[in-house]
Write a protein that binds this ligand. Structure first.
Ligand code: USQ
Length: 484
């Protein structure tokens, strides 16, 4: 281990192959440059003694936990099983890109628990964003290596790990050829709207990382694994807030006497949300042109932290963001209530979105994988279970907080975003239900447990991270640190 640690702190690239041989390549040989935006932005950022150069050597490739023969030979009767042509029972292989993040980690464990053979692909940059901006998860989270080791020791199940950047095609190609996935779940994107609106470099980074990463995944499927089903995390934010019902991906329009079913109009409202629109177009095109099979999961705002698997051990605990850059509305409100900070409703608070429990995120992805799209099909599911306005969420958290003896106040914060604050919103979300989704609707007990969770960790809250400091209108070209 000491040797490996030393090597990682130098400018070497490391590949631990399945034959347990170590392969070294110089970074110059194998990597494309860090996105320019990062090179530009980094010197302005508070790095809390972090050595960026060593963090950047996350451009190495580590592959661990090769599935043992004995494990392969086991019979699985759960949803991860499939019959091979010769009648052998083997497990469906799922590559979870972004498997160290909030939704990705919970999903990787869930699929592993259900009998799928899982590999996580991740460049660990989400952890670097926290270090750059001086943020931290409410919950203490273990390293990805400790996470997967703990999972193995608790369940006997291996999760393979490929640490690297999917924007580097060579890395992704190696991971594909080595793991040979039957399905790829792609969470590996910069997913914060405020992050994408900090400055020019973050806007460019977000679109480069998300669009190029997805393009590379599409090329990898075409080149190495034609039958592989792409399950891509999109967003309900692709649709914006039109004054008509939102359909699931497509709308049938009659115009000048002719009728066609067309992609639903996209009106995204941040450089992040726009990156998902661009992804959807690229995926739709490659389904048509190359026969890729894909499901775009237009997910709403996720809340909650515990899933059956992450609750098994403290080293498996998921991250929970409450800061104004990565924290999402309901999670933020629960943490705010726990520490006595007024709930931060932006503007008039009539902003309505689709929401879902993280336990339903993992269920939806499992359903999509178990019911793959056909070759050439670009399928779109709206992945949320209930709609709420921000004002309604604040009222629910106030009521739940009071039951626990917390005094909860709400303030109206000048809206840092450009978005409608009062609008019509009615989005369809029936396709996943038809395939068997059993929603965990927002209940008093979930709010109680989320609030209790937040109270438990309240000493870890940095109150300076709660108020928003990223403005949609003030975004400029100058790289900036989001001041705490
Ligand atoms: O303290 C807050 C935080 C948010 N909001 C409002 O709550 C709504 C939702 O904001 P959010 O930060 O919870 O969610 P958003 O930025 O839309 O992004 C999150 O939810 C998206 C789904 S959706 O919103 O597009 O349906 C995912 O794609 C993203 O990855 C995820 O970060 C917005 O109108 C926002 O203005 C407040 O009023 N107060």
């Amino acid at each position: 281990m000491a040797i490996i640690a030393h090597l990682l702190s130098t400018t070497c690239s490391l590949d631990v192959s399945s034959s347990n041989k170590l392969h070294f390549k110089s970074i110059n040989q194998c990597s494309t440059p860090i996105p320019t935006s990062f090179n530009m932005g980094i010197s302005f950022l508070s790095l809390k003694n972090l050595s960026l150069q060593s963090k950047r050597s996350a451009k190495y490739v580590i592959r661990t936990s090769v599935v043992s023969m004995s494990q392969k030979a086991k019979t699985h009767n759960d949803s991860g099983s499939q019959q091979t042509a010769d009648g052998d029972s083997s497990r469906k292989k799922v590559m979870v890109i972004g498997g160290d993040g909030y939704c990705g980690w919970a999903t990787a464990l869930h699929l592993s628990n259900k009998g799928y053979e899982v590999a996580i692909v991740d460049n660990l940059i989400r952890r670097l964003f926290d270090d750059q901006l001086g943020l931290d998860s409410l919950t203490p989270i273990s390293s990805i290596h400790n996470r997967t080791r703990r999972w193995k020791s608790l369940t006997g199940k291996d999760i393979q790990l490929f640490v690297g950047d999917i924007c580097e095609f060579d890395f992704l190609a190696e991971a594909f050829k080595s793991f040979q996935p039957d399905a790829v779940v792609h969470f590996g994107e910069q997913r914060s709207a405020p992050y994408s609106m900090i400055d020019r470099s973050r806007a460019v980074y977000t679109q480069h990382n998300n669009v190029i990463g997805t393009l590379n995944v599409l090329f990898a499927i075409k080149e190495f694994r034609e039958e592989c089903h792409l399950v891509k995390l999109g967003t309900m934010g692709e649709y914006g807030t039109p004054n008509i019902d939102i359909e699931e991906g497509y709308i049938t329009i009659t115009h000048n006497g002719r009728t066609d079913t067309l992609p639903y109009p996209k009106q995204a409202s941040s450089f992040y949300h726009l990156s998902k629109v661009h992804d959807s177009h690229n995926i739709a095109f490659t389904c048509k042109a190359w026969g890729i099979r894909a499901t775009d999961l237009n997910q709403g705002v996720v809340y909650g932290v515990r899933t059956d698997e992450t609750a098994m051990h403290e080293e498996l605990v998921n991250r929970l963001d409450y800061d104004a850059v990565f924290g999402t509305a309901l999670n933020r409100f629960c943490v705010q209530a726990a520490v006595g900070h007024p709930l931060t409703v932006y503007g008039k608070g009539g902003q309505t979105r689709g929401y879902l429990d993280i336990r339903d995120t993992v269920q939806c992805v499992e359903i999509a994988i178990a019911n793959p799209a056909q070759p050439g099909e670009f399928r779109v599911f709206n992945q949320f279970t209930e709609q709420f306005s921000v004002n309604t969420l604040a009222a629910l958290v106030t009521k739940a907080g009071e039951k626990l003896g917390l005094e909860v106040k709400t303030i109206s914060v000048p809206n840092p975003r450009v978005e409608a604050e009062e609008h019509y919103y009615n989005a369809k979300h029936t396709k996943l239900i038809e395939l068997g989704l059993q929603p965990h609707l927002l209940s008093d007990s979930l709010l109680d447990s989320l609030l209790n969770f937040a109270v438990h960790f309240k000493d870890r809250v940095d109150a300076k991270q709660i108020m928003p400091s990223v403005s949609w209108k003030k975004i400029g070209v100058k790289p900036r640190t989001v001041a705490a």
